[in-house]
Design a protein around this ligand. Structure first.
Ligand SMILES: [Fe+2]
Length: 464
């Protein structure tokens, strides 16, 4: 079923209870109007009965006055009143035929009594000499007797009318309350049905929309595995199917892309590893070249590197700093390539001029390495590996912690290996003597903390 049809059904479903309520309200109003007419009729009957009652009292006064005064006016007045009474009786008979408020038997008795009273009244009014006439008085007496019976009958009839009207009004009141109660129940029930139907319809329509919104949210966050399951058979189901297809395509594309990324990343890692190996081999080859410049320095760079790295580990250097220390230790004396072999291999102490040439090798090393970007980090260590802790070293005479830490470590490792190895002009010293001399220079030539670490790890260094 399409959405348009669903919305029409929902609208009709919500409108139906309201239509029923309106029809019931109209019916209730119609019934209320009928009850109002009934009330009016009852009141009219009671009023007519009361009116007759009053006319009866009034009608026979002129008869008495005629016997006293003999006035012709009294005769005319009675004849007018008796016509009014006959009119009232006609009205009451009409009401009695249409409604239950008039006691028909009582009304007939009243009419019969009225005829007797009227007959006597007319006899009185036909007297030519009414004043003081004994016959008139006697007739008057008889008329009053009938009149008394008529009034008693009228009272009884009026009381019955009153009772019936009262019963009718009570029944009407009860019925009106019942109608009001029923209308309230019906309106309340209809409202409940309309609200329940509206809530269910809203849920029925909005639940698929909510699912679609959640699917869009998942896709926007890269969750291409999410699926929407809508089986409403309308446009929303078609939309959910399209979203699922799109998500499937995105998932496949993503997986293909991911596989390619993994493949390319692995290739890059291989390449980086290869470059790192080439770089290390190149550095080691460069160090070997320097060491082979002189038979006295054979293996010097490799040993210094081992000592420096062991010291660096003892001092808690980070992995990156240890790697930088390793490279700079291998290449620390690369500047000696530019120092004549006659100076490097000279047997005996160097002259002042020769020392100046020899002391150029840190700066020469920096000049050799600086064009290569990968050696940028090690340049300070290479440059300052002959600086003394008290500022008496070269090439700049840096002091204390002005000297980079890697330079201070390399200074100790370099000195330890130089002192332990044979030189053209002296024999190498044993371990204890070397440690003793280095400890003696702690704080002047060497950083005391590095010397302290050397003492702690020297056995390990020698063993490695
Ligand atoms: Fe050096």
């Amino acid at each position: 079923m399409r959405l348009r049809q669903k919305f029409i059904i929902i609208f009709l479903g919500a409108a139906a209870p309201l239509v029923v309520v309106n029809l019931l309200l109209l019916q209730g109003l119609s019934r209320t109007e009928a009850l109002s007419n009934k009330i009016i009729e009852a009141e009219k009957a009671r009023f007519s009965m009361l009116n007759l009652h009053m006319d009866l009292y009034r009608a026979f006064m002129p008869t008495h006055d005629y016997l006293i005064s003999g006035e012709e006016e009294e005769r005319k007045l009675y004849k007018q009143y008796r016509m009014d009474i006959e009119d009232k009786f006609r009205i009451l008979r009409d009401v009695a035929e249409r409604t239950p408020y008039i006691d028909v038997e009582g009304l007939t008795n009243m009419e019969n009594h009225f005829k007797e009273v009227d007959k006597k009244a007319l006899e009185i009014l036909d007297l030519e000499n009414p004043v003081g006439n004994p016959a008139g008085s006697k007739t008057m007496y008889e008329m009053d007797k009938h009149l008394e019976a008529l009034i008693a009958c009228a009272n009884q009839c009026y009381a019955k009318t009153q009772e019936k009207v009262k019963e009718t009004l009570q029944a009407i009141g009860e019925e009106e309350r019942s109608i009001t109660r029923n209308i309230t129940y019906i309106v309340f029930t209809a409202c409940l049905i309309a609200v329940a139907l509206g809530a269910y319809s809203a849920h029925y329509v909005t639940r698929p929309l909510k699912d679609l919104c959640q699917a869009a949210s998942h896709i926007s966050q890269g969750d291409f595995w999410h699926r929407v399951n809508i089986t409403t058979g309308d446009e929303l189901e078609e939309l959910s199917n399209s979203i699922n297809k799109m998500n499937l395509l995105l998932k496949e594309s993503f997986e293909t892309l991911e596989a390619k990324v993994v493949q390319r990343t692995a290739a890059l890692h291989d390449m980086v590893n290869k470059l790192e190996r080439v770089f290390k081999q190149t550095v080691e080859a460069m160090a070997e070249t320097v060491d082979q410049k002189s038979p006295w320095t054979f293996g010097h760079s490799r040993r210094v590197t081992q000592y420096a790295v062991t010291l660096g580990q003892r001092l808690g250097l980070k992995k990156e700093d240890l790697e930088s220390l390793r490279t700079s230790a291998l290449l620390h004396d690369i500047g000696k390539i530019g120092v004549p072999e006659t100076i490097v291999d000279k047997e005996g102490p160097l002259t002042v001029e020769e020392q100046e040439v020899m002391q150029r090798h840190p700066r020469l090393g920096v000049n050799i390495l600086s064009p290569i970007e990968a050696f940028g980090e090690i340049l300070p260590t290479v440059l300052y590996h002959h600086e003394n802790y008290d500022g008496t070293g070269y090439p700049q005479g840096l002091k204390g912690e002005e000297i980079p830490l890697l330079g201070r470590i390399l200074r100790v490792a370099d000195a330890y290996d130089a002192m332990r190895c044979d030189r053209p002009y002296r024999k190498g010293k044993d371990k204890d003597t070397t440690i003793e001399e280095i400890r003696a220079d702690a704080g002047t030539i060497y950083d005391p903390h590095v010397v302290e670490a050397l003492v702690e790890v020297v056995d390990k260094m020698e063993g490695s």
